[in-house]
Design a protein around this ligand. Structure first.
Ligand code: KDG
Ligand code: MG
Length: 403
């Protein structure tokens, strides 16, 4: 059996922080897992180093499901983003090892390809509607079939999803959380204007997406969904926080705009009701924050039974290891919908050389055995950890809102 003889965490900041787990077997086969939890990176790193790694040594790396169960049930303290990101990292690394030993890309171990490639969406953003549309045009010119649109809101200085650097949007950019101001009224007026202008300028062939980033109440989300309907968005994402899953019933009663949610979910229990009652169309749970490939496959199978498709989170805080794992997963499941793809910086790509490729609006994980991603540890060491927080949002009267 391929016995696990060592496991270590590697923290690096090639433009942003990443936590990576590297597991090695007695035969010298190594596997990588991503454990990055934006703004709380070191909590997961400690969870792995101090509490998980000692339990892995000596185990059979082939026993992916059993090790998953051991870490999930064995902790007693179940679920939550820290625990599930740590379990995810182990799970990804073990799939990587299994693929390398088999000499097969992970998607082959998951049942083989169901499609020729994975449709992705890029992020177009700008301070004004015209700037956003200009950015979207560039994506379309580069072959993208789907583009997410976010624009500045007059009277608000910082808006989620809008950045000065168009290519690499990175919200976790300050040493302490930046305080931003939020006005639901102003935002609700601009979003439909953006979509009206975008359809006029870009036509109807390209899929257009929008992220509300948990800012609305269910009835407000119903209103916005209705206002966006004439422009047929591919989805309206994270319209309202989903701790109360039943809240989505109200949105559904008021709009036919497709709903996506779940990038912050850590297990199937965060979306069981949403899926069972068909309150959403796309589940955005992803490999790193929802317990790895093993658990995400269970969520996807459950979603498939209820006509819900996947749309995995793929922002820059998910490392190339997660991106590769997501692509193997996306390629192999029947109910894939779309994959988010925010490009990483050149420094990140240099630290994590990878086999996945982009062509014609589609990503493919490549044919390298395992996940097809490595880590250049010397390069990683040149970029030490740098504390970085996501912003917070306050309403005009100073009270806290959801960022
Ligand atoms: O860590 C937070 C980011 O990943 C998040 O703000 C990005 O909402 C996001 C998205 O849809 O990519
Ligand atoms: Mg989002």
């Amino acid at each position: 059996m391929p016995k696990i003889i060592s496991a270590k965490t590697i923290v690096t900041c090639p433009g942003r922080n990443f936590v990576t787990l590297k597991i090695e077997t007695g035969d010298g086969v190594t596997g990588l897992g991503d454990a990055t939890l934006n703004g709380r990176e070191l909590a997961v790193e400690s969870y792995l180093r101090d509490h998980v790694v000692p339990c892995l040594i000596g185990r059979d790396a082939h026993q992916i499901e059993d090790i998953w169960q051991y870490l999930y049930r064995g902790a007693y303290w179940r679920r939550g983003p820290v625990t599930m990101s740590a379990i995810a990292a182990v799970d990804m690394a073990l799939w990587d090892i299994k693929g390398k030993i088999a000499g097969l890309p992970v998607y082959q171990l998951l049942g083989g390809a169901c499609r020729t490639g994975v449709m992705v969406y890029g992020h177009a953003n700008g301070e004004t509607i015209d700037d956003t549309i200009a950015a979207a045009r560039e994506y379309v010119a580069n072959g993208y079939k789907a583009v997410r649109l976010q624009t500045g809101v007059p009277g608000m200085s910082d808006v989620y999803g809008v950045s000065k650097d168009k290519l690499f949007y990175e919200p976790a950019d300050s040493d302490l959380p930046k305080e931003t101001v939020w006005s639901t009224d102003k935002y609700m007026r601009v979003a439909p204007e953006l979509f009206a202008a975008a359809r006029k300028a870009l036509g109807w062939e390209v899929h257009l997406l929008h992220d509300v980033h948990h800012r609305l109440t269910p009835i407000e989300a119903g209103r916005l969904g209705k206002d966006l309907e004439p422009y047929r968005p591919f989805w309206m994402e994270d319209a309202t926080p989903a701790e109360n899953q039943a809240g989505f019933r109200l949105i559904r009663q008021h709009t036919t705009t497709p709903l996506a949610v779940g990038e912050i979910f850590s297990s199937i229990w965060d979306c069981k009701q949403l899926i069972e009652e068909q309150l959403i169309d796309y589940i955005r749970a992803t490999v790193v924050h929802a317990g790895g490939i093993t658990h995400l496959r269970k969520i996807a199978s459950f979603a498939d039974l209820h006509g819900v498709r996947t749309g995995c989170h793929g922002a820059t805080d998910l490392s190339p290891v997660t991106m590769a794992a997501a692509l193997h997963f996306d390629l192999s499941i029947p109910n894939f919908g779309i994959q988010e793809y925010m490009r990483h910086t050149a420094d990140t790509d240099a630290v994590f050389p990878h086999a996945y490729t982009f062509e014609g609006g589609m990503l493919h994980p490549g044919e390298a055995p395992g996940l097809g991603v490595e880590i250049d540890e010397d390069a990683a060491a040149r970029f030490p950890y740098k504390r970085a927080y996501l912003p917070v949002a306050r309403r005009l009267d100073g009270s806290m809102h959801d960022w």
